[in-house]
Write a protein of this length. Sequence first.
Length: 320
Amino acid sequence: MTKEILAESLNTETFITEKVNEIRQSVGEGTTINALSGGVDSSVATLLGHRALGMRLRTVFIQNGLMREGEPEKVAAFFKDLGVKVEIIDAEEEFLSALKGITDPEEKREAITQTFYKEVFGRLVRESKALHLLQGTILTDIDETVAGIKRQHNVFEQLGINPQEAFGYSIIEPLIQLRKDSVRKVGKALGLTEEYYARIPFPGPALAARIIGEVTREKLGIVRKATSITEKRLCETGAFQYMAILHEDRVTGMRDGKRDFGRQIEIRCWDSVDARTATPTNLPYETLTKLANEILEQIAGVVSVTYNIAAKPPSTIEAV
Ligand code: XMP
């Protein structure tokens, strides 16, 4: 059982010193790889790793084709300013072909996990002769995976999977005792700007978690655009997390006087402290209407926009 450190009792300086020492001890000599997505968890893990290992940490951003608009370049530029060199690894084809034809949510997650850890990282690790992968798994990721609610893409040992045997490297997880509120505190103490430490959570499977049914380039284009509009519109709300989801079912709509059997976007916006439970934000109707109109105007083929009003539980934050 992983021992939780609650945000109230977290001393960030002590935590940082301890984790930096632990990373150094686990790694010993040689190179370690770490995957940065620009989310709070991986950003904090990256900075801890850099404090511990300096140039012996190779930080990569995996461009899996499932990321938000402009994300790889934005993240790499931000970390460059912090003195962290980020390599962008193009693996889009690999991920999209692994996802081809898959509609079941857990199978999608599994395809992403295998492509990420076995194929792409397996190759990177072999290339750089690294023995370890450093990553920002947090306690909430483990809870839900172990409870069988959602298989978070980054959880292994708690499921009885030995990464060394399965992928050929070991995994170092310095944030495993923390939940999101604590990770943000550590991020702030490490010098992340508010834009990063206060960033809304974004799931490891990225936009694939926001497409119901098969993930295709066309659907990714739609959900990416809807995500961008939604994030811009709702960033001032102070909500814990907000997102656009692309549904699989089409509905009859009309455009320019003609029938348009089009796509449906569902908006979700959550109030939550640590993602374990969440309630839909009581958004002003005007905000919702403006958001819906922007989506309908800017994304061809979308004819329906809905707002989710079910709480978690029984809902979950992501739809997939
Ligand atoms: P759910 O949808 O389970 O989400 O209520 C709880 C929190 O976790 C994020 N999430 C994920 N994060 N890999 C991740 O790294 C995943 O597979 C995953 N699924 C959900 C979600 O965005 C929310 O903040």
